[in-house]
Ligand binder design. Sequence first.
Ligand SMILES: [Zn+2]
Ligand SMILES: [Zn+2]
Length: 212
Amino acid sequence: MKIYMNTGGLAATNGYLVAHEASGHAMIIDAPHKTLAPLLDIARRNQWRIIYLILTHGHWDHIGDHQVVTDAFPEAKVLIHRLDEPKLMKPESMFFPLPYRIPARRADACLEDGQTIALGDLTFSVMHTPGHSPGHVVLNCPGESLLLAGDLLFARSIGRTDLPDSNSADMRRSLQRVLALPENTVVRPGHGPATSIGAEKNSNPFLAPPGS
Ligand SMILES: [Zn+2]
Ligand SMILES: [Zn+2]
């Protein structure tokens, strides 16, 4: 497996290209505005076919470039959880007018908890992890000890739960679920650097039990 990241847009959001070299199949995780062109170039140079664009959730900073992906790779299926699909159908910020327009669209299919996504012989399980947004998902690839974590868990931080569509009780439950993954699982978040489940269990101040 190969993984590449590029960061951009107004919220410095991470987009990822994940490729299975033997099959030539690849996928993009999240679509920050004006950020994916270098990743699409890497896919083209390697003659990888991007078969999925997976959106961890529908916030504007993660969906801006969806059409850039499908223009370059028309067979790429755009996937999002059904509870966040409405934000893809009506892209906007909940706080301010965006200085650019994100085209509206439906998903090609909706993601569900427990569903698996195959990339060659790699298997990614979809975990529905609501809290930051109701339809937030993460992708867990146990074979590669990799978690694509979106805005659930960051290095020394967690996704915000003060948004109109967030819920802190759901967030606590979702964090407990991913913290049960093996400690050596590498966490690739939607913002900021990579980390691991073990590192966050030991030093993430937002995960400390109440009163400690
Ligand atoms: Zn978000
Ligand atoms: Zn974000």
